[in-house]
Design a protein around this ligand. Sequence first.
Ligand code: FES
Length: 517
Amino acid sequence: MSAETRSLWENTAPALEFPKLRDDIDADVAIVGGGITGITAALYLSRAGKSVVVLEGRTLGLGSTGYSTGNLYATVDGRLARLRDTYGLETATRVAQSRAATIEAIEHTVAELKIACGFIRCPQYLIATEPAQLVALQAELEVAREVGLSVSSLDTVPLPIPAIGAIKIDNQAQFHPLLYIQGVAQAVASENCRIFENTRITARDGKLLTTAHGNVRAEKIVLATHTPIGFHILQTELSPNREYGIAARLRPDFSFPAGIFWTLDELGYSVRRVEVEGTTYLVVIGEKHKTGQHDEDTDYYQRVEAFARAHFPVEAIAHRWSAQHYRSADALPYIGRSGEFAYLATGFGTNGLVYGPLAAALITDDILERENPWSDLYNARRFAPVRSASAFLQENVNVAQQYLRDYLLRADVEQLENIGPDEGALTEINGKKYAVSRDAEGRWSVLSPVCTHLGCLVHWNQLEKTWDCPCHGSRFDCQGEVLEGPALARLEKNELIEPDELIEPDEERLSGGEVIA
Ligand code: FES
């Protein structure tokens, strides 16, 4: 990921370093993924006496946790009213209760481990800006009351956004997500809880996890990877999406209170204030689209920035970043057993900062054979064809469309001469497709465009200089290495392409180009 797309959290947290796995080791539990789910599970399991190994493919917290909002709320982004209407009030109530209890558990961990992560309690606001949103707002007000949250109706909000109605839910929370999991990781790292970074799983065979420099054998395996790695039937139920965030410095004489502010419009902007290292930032996140299915002519960062500048006295954009989330077809996450000894936690939507630690507690209780009042609610083995049929079909028709569009219609295919420095595109050479990109110095990278997960064609993401798969959300850097998603293997390099074949179209534009694939 380029320096300019580092998040506010990443830029204001120390660079902790954990070693790379270099041996074959055994453990009671191997946790794949060092985000808030994996690190919280490591805390709970190691405290219960289990020997634990955490394997993070890159850096702790820089999969999703470090690109989130830092907001902690008992509600859900898909709306409690939808849960009530789909499943009934009891389910909506249990979801809100389980999430509220998880926020309390985070607050307790912050206090107990003395983690300086700026944890505060604050209200959450849902804001209607158009008359058409008032019905949804009223429904959310009613459900929030019914599930036991402290909620009130407002005519205005303490933000310079033209609200025509709003609700306020008390006693939610915010923190610095990366400082939080770094604090937990530092407290828990020990002989009994070994944490490894830059250690990506390349294969899983039963209880054996393979990495490039060592293997791990464990009695239980927890896939805290946001989406299951490798092939899993649940991937047909998950919709991968990306969102864009900015942190802006505001005019010094302007201020607004702490709170989680959500607009109810289609793009669903999330707005908050962050105070870190003596500076106050406005954070705005929004402009969601399906991974790998972006509009190439749209600069999503600019649109988020335009929203911020339209409503706030922005002096400068300090940081910008994007993040991925996976939404389940039936609006509830999948948490728990997946097979005899494996566990997964996925389908969090943008609610992962609370669902992650909740998943850690549920999985820990199952491994320790303890009762948990919410395990049936999020059961990873459930399948609700009636409740999720529409979203399930929509998602899989979409995947099929992506597959056929690219293979049959040759969309997104560019000529080599049109690929400038820092650009990429699918390209056809001698009738065969390649994923071709150039770095800032103009050096070429030539890769197979076939996603190593299930064979869809990757798309070039110009904003992030990555290859993104439109089917299940795998993403690869411009050298083909896996960044995130279910793919286990990198995009294949194409050694067969000769430099001469690339340089032919436009000597002047391509001169100096060096093939680095
Ligand atoms: Fe499944 Fe690419 S992520 S085919």
